[in-house]
Design a protein around this ligand. Structure first.
Ligand code: GLN
Length: 478
C-alpha cells in the first residue's frame, strides 16, 4: 500500500479484501507524517495514540461484520472543527491549550462512519486568509514547490492530501478556503451549498457564508465524504431538511447533454495567462467530449470582493467577540480593570490579520456607517445571488478558473492585504450566493504548479457538479 496516492475508495477495498488492516493503514499515514511534515508543516497536531486506538476499534468492528467506505480510514481535520479530546486552536494563540470537550456534528458523523482522526491541519488564523501564512504557529509549504504557499485558509488540509500525508481531509470555505488551496496544491476540494452541511461545533468565521467540505485526491472520494457530511442537523438551524441524494450514483451521468456556462466576467485580462490557458483547454476538451458550451453573464461579479469583505468582516467582528479572556480564549495576566482584561487578552492573543478584520467589521457595523456599508453590501449581495439564478436558467454548471494565479511564493503577498483579497475574486461570489462549487485539477504551469478548474452549480446541485467534475477527471483530462 502506498499511502501517498491511496484514495478513500482504494483504502476501503483494501480493508474489505483484508489486504491491510486499519492499524496498518493508520500506521502508514502516521509514518508519512513523521517523514514529511518537518518539511511541509501541514499539521498543527498529530494524535498517533488516539488514531491507533480508533484504528484497532475499526478493525475489531470490521471483524465483527461492520462495513462502510470510511470504516478504518484516517482523515485529517482542519484545526477549527471540534473533535472530542483533541486540540482545536484555529491556528490562534488565543486558543492554545484548548482541548475540545465535544464533537462537531461533522466529526460525530465521521466518527460514526468509523473514520480515524489522525491529526489537525494548519490554517490561516480563524480561517482569515488565502495562503496559510496567517497561522500563528507555522507556515505550511506547497508540496509541489516548497518555496510557495499551499493557498488558504485550508492550506494544511490541501498540503497534507497532495503531499502524501493524508488520504483525505476536511476544510472549510467561507470565501474560497477549500477550493483555492485545492487548486494551488492539485487536489479536489468541494464547497457544499449553504445549508447542506452542519456547522455545529465548527468555529464560526462568517456565519452566513461558512461551509465545511471534503478535500480529496479524486472526485469520487469527494462524493463519498460528502455523503457522510451532508444532511439536516437540529443543532444548526441553517441546515435544510432536504433529502441527501446518492452522490456516488450521481457521478455516472457523463458530459453529454450537459450545458456548461462560461461567465464572461471570469475570463478577464489580468488573470495569469498560463492559468487561463489550462482552464480554456479543459473547457475545449469538455466541449469535444459532448458538453454544450454557452456564454453567460454575471454582471455584479466586480462588486463581489467589496461585498464579501464587508459582510465577512462584519460577521467576524460579532463572532469573535466571545474570545475575550472570560468566556473563551487567552486571558492576560494581572489586568487592572475589566476593560484592560478584554483589551490585553485580545491584543496578546489575536494576530494582525484577525485584528484588521475585527476593526473593519466593527466599523462597517457602527451606527452612522451601517447603512452606507453593511446595508448596501447586503443589497448588492442579493444582486450577486440573482445573477447566478439567471445564469442557471440557461446552463447546468459554470466552468471558471478557481484563482487568478497559481501558488505564489511565501512572503510575496502577505504584506499587501488588498492584493491578497483580490485573489479571491473567482471564489467569493459562490459563497455570497450560497451555491456549491468544486475545484478539480486541470493541468499545471510550465513551472509545474497545479491549476484548478472550478465548477459551480446551483444551490443543492452537488450531484450535478460532481457528475461534471467526475466526467472531466475520468474521461476528458486523461
Ligand atoms: N480568503 C478569504 C478570506 O480571507 C476566504 C477565507 C475562507 O474561505 N475561510 O476571507
Amino acid at each position: 500500500m502506498d499511502v501517498s496516492t491511496l484514495t478513500i475508495c482504494e483504502a476501503a477495498s483494501g480493508l474489505r479484501a483484508k489486504a491491510f488492516s486499519s492499524v496498518e493503514l493508520t500506521g502508514a499515514v502516521l509514518d508519512a507524517i513523521e517523514k514529511r511534515d518537518a518539511e511541509l508543516n501541514a499539521y498543527l497536531s498529530v494524535d498517533a495514540e488516539g488514531a491507533l486506538r480508533q484504528a484497532a476499534g475499526a478493525d475489531a468492528a470490521r471483524a465483527a461484520g461492520a462495513d462502510g467506505d470510511l470504516l478504518g480510514v484516517p482523515v485529517a481535520i482542519k484545526d477549527l472543527i471540534n473533535v472530542e479530546g483533541q486540540p482545536c486552536t484555529c491556528a490562534s494563540k488565543q486558543l492554545l491549550g484548548y482541548v475540545s470537550p465535544y464533537d462537531a456534528t461533522v466529526s460525530a458523523k465521521l466518527r460514526r462512519a468509523g473514520a480515524i482522526f489522525a491529526g489537525r491541519t494548519n490554517m490561516d488564523e480563524f480561517a482569515m486568509g488565502s495562503s496559510t501564512e496567517a497561522s500563528a504557529f507555522k507556515v505550511t509549504r506547497n508540496p509541489h514547490d516548497l518555496s510557495r504557499v499551499p493557498g488558504g485558509s485550508s492550506g494544511g488540509s490541501a498540503a497534507a492530501v497532495a503531499g502524501g500525508e493524508a488520504i483525505a481531509a476536511l476544510g472549510t470555505d467561507t470565501g474560497g478556503s477549500i477550493r483555492q488551496p485545492a487548486s494551488f496544491c492539485g487536489c479536489v476540494g468541494l464547497k457544499p451549498s449553504y445549508g447542506r452541511v452542519s456547522r455545529y461545533g465548527v468555529t464560526a468565521y462568517a456565519s452566513s457564508l461558512d461551509q465545511v467540505g471534503p478535500m480529496t485526491r479524486t472526485v469520487e472520494d469527494a462524493a463519498v465524504l460528502l455523503q457522510q457530511l451532508a444532511g439536516c442537523d437540529a443543532r444548526d438551524g441553517t441546515t435544510l431538511d432536504l433529502p441527501v441524494p446518492d452522490y456516488r450514483a450521481a457521478l455516472r451521468g457523463g458530459l453529454k447533454g450537459l450545458k456548461i456556462g462560461l461567465p464572461k466576467e471570469y475570463y478577464i485580462d489580468g488573470a495569469d495567462r498560463e492559468v487561463m490557458a489550462c482552464v480554456r483547454r479543459a473547457v475545449d476538451a469538455c466541449a469535444a467530449a459532448g458538453a454544450e458550451i454557452v456564454e453567460v453573464s454575471l454582471p455584479h461579479t466586480e462588486y463581489a470582493i467589496a461585498v464579501y469583505y464587508i459582510v465577512a468582516t462584519a460577521e467576524a467582528s460579532a463572532n469573535l467577540a466571545r474570545f475575550d479572556g472570560v468566556r473563551y480564549g487567552h486571558r492576560a495576566a494581572n489586568p487592572r480593570s475589566v476593560f484592560e482584561l478584554y483589551a490585553k487578552s485580545r491584543a496578546e492573543g489575536l494576530g494582525t490579520e484577525v485584528k484588521r478584520r475585527i476593526i473593519l467589521g466593527t466599523y462597517v457595523l457602527s451606527s452612522g456607517y451601517y447603512e452606507a456599508y453593511y446595508g448596501r453590501a447586503q443589497k448588492v449581495r442579493t444582486l450577486v445571488r440573482k445573477d447566478y439564478a439567471e445564469a442557471f436558467k440557461t446552463c447546468d454548471v459554470l466552468m471558471t478558473p478557481v484563482a487568478p494565479t497559481a501558488a505564489y511564493r511565501i512572503g510575496e503577498a502577505c504584506d499587501d492585504p488588498l492584493k491578497m483579497y483580490l485573489g479571491d475574486i473567482f471564489t467569493v461570489p459562490a459563497n455570497l450566493a450560497g451555491i456549491c462549487g468544486i475545484s478539480v485539477p486541470c493541468g499545471a504551469t510550465a513551472a509545474g504548479l497545479p491549476v484548478g478548474l472550478q465548477l459551480l452549480g446551483p444551490a443543492f446541485g452537488e450531484g450535478t457538479i460532481l457528475r461534471a467534475a467526475y466526467a472531466y477527471e475520468q474521461e476528458v483530462r486523461a
